[in-house]
Design a binder for this molecule. Structure first.
Ligand code: HEC
Length: 139
């Protein structure tokens, strides 16, 4: 029992050496997405922690293995959709991403594991509808 615990502890400590850069880039206002205030509030509250260059890295994002998960969320989140650099997308890309938002707004986003730790990021039905309507996507 003691040995298992010791091994666990050593593995945990070794895991801490695998580190990632947790960055944020300068945000140029001209590149950021423009949306009505209610929509911006939703995006900032529930999406910006993975889909922007203004990620708030919590203390536990420094600790493995959470750091691995969080880093991969931000990395993939930004790759798919970055609201801080929205204006650099082509019209085609924007349309595709708006469709994605329309598709994910009701359930999939924000990620459930994230809501679990960020209750305040959960969206009400009304907020989800508002976000959906804003995308302008017609079924
Ligand atoms: C905890 C991190 C996190 C949060 C918060 C988050 N996302 Fe995501 N999102 C991701 C990740 C990671 C992906 C990449 C998908 C994958 O790897 O499967 C993604 C992908 C997407 C995609 C592309 C999916 C597709 O299939 O086209 C859209 C659209 C999206 N997110 C919208 C949103 C919106 C809108 C919000 C806020 C309401 C939000 N996300 C909040 C992590 C997040």
């Amino acid at each position: 029992m003691k040995r298992t615990l010791l091994i666990f502890l050593i593995v945990f400590l070794l895991m801490q050496f695998i580190r990632f850069e947790q960055n944020n880039f300068a945000v140029e206002i001209k590149d950021e997405i423009k949306a009505p205030l209610e929509v911006m509030n939703i995006l900032k509250k529930s999406c910006y922690d993975c889909h922007s260059n203004e990620v708030k890295w919590p203390w536990y994002s420094q600790i493995a293995p959470m750091s691995w998960t969080i880093n991969s969320h931000v990395k993939n989140g930004r790759k798919w959709l970055n609201f801080s650099t929205w204006e650099n997308y082509t019209e085609e890309e924007k349309a595709k991403k708006l469709k994605g938002i329309y598709r994910t707004a009701y359930a999939i986003m924000p990620l459930p594991t994230y809501i679990w730790l960020h209750k305040e990021a959960d969206l009400t039905r009304e907020e989800r509808s508002l976000l959906r309507e804003w995308t302008g996507v017609r079924k």
